[in-house]
Design a protein around this ligand. Structure first.
Ligand code: CU
Length: 167
């Protein structure tokens, strides 16, 4: 009996760290390590990166999101078209097939925080509510890393101009 209760205690201790890990769940979708980068003072946009794992049997879709830190949150794809880096909004969302892992990372799929209310500072946690077609809405926090080259590339990509007309 005593041994059993000790095992139980050990199991609880082992399970505990996951409660503090930087990951979230929405239904069958696991959201790993959401992060962003600090932005230059005048930046109007910021990126958001994370890993989506679909543990379910059916496809889901990241439709978009919202944040108190920006006017809008869109799901974007960055790609090279005729030698030029371009990005566009995924109007139908980002598919997450069952059993698969989809990464949002610099240079690929990403969240775009548009019309930042303030620059993102290193060390900040930026609240974002993600919206999935089936899994619904889930609140996550983007951990802000240092201002770095992917963010600079992003900023240099003329986002302001491409999004300017929509504002
Ligand atoms: Cu973008």
């Amino acid at each position: 009996m005593r041994i059993f209760s000790r095992l139980l205690a050990a199991a609880i201790l082992l399970a505990a760290p996951s409660a503090f890990a930087h990951e979230y769940k929405a239904g069958d979708i696991e959201i790993g390590h959401p992060w962003t980068r600090a932005t230059p003072p005048a930046a109007r946009v910021g990126g958001g990166y994370l890993t989506l794992i679909n543990h379910g049997q059916t496809a889901d879709r990241l439709l978009g999101g919202s944040s108190s830190a920006s006017g809008r949150v869109e799901v974007h794809k960055m790609e090279v078209v005729d030698g030029v880096m371009k990005m566009r909004e995924l109007a139908d969302g980002l598919p997450i097939p069952p059993g698969e892992t989809v990464k949002l990372e610099p240079g690929g799929f990403h969240l775009m925080l548009i019309d930042l209310k303030a620059p993102i500072r290193e060390g900040e946690k930026v609240p974002v509510t993600l919206r999935f077609e089936h899994a619904g809405a889930v609140d996550v926090e983007l951990a802000a890393g240092a201002l770095g080259s992917p963010a600079m590339q992003h900023g240099a990509m003329d986002h302001g101009a491409s999004h300017g007309g929509a504002n």
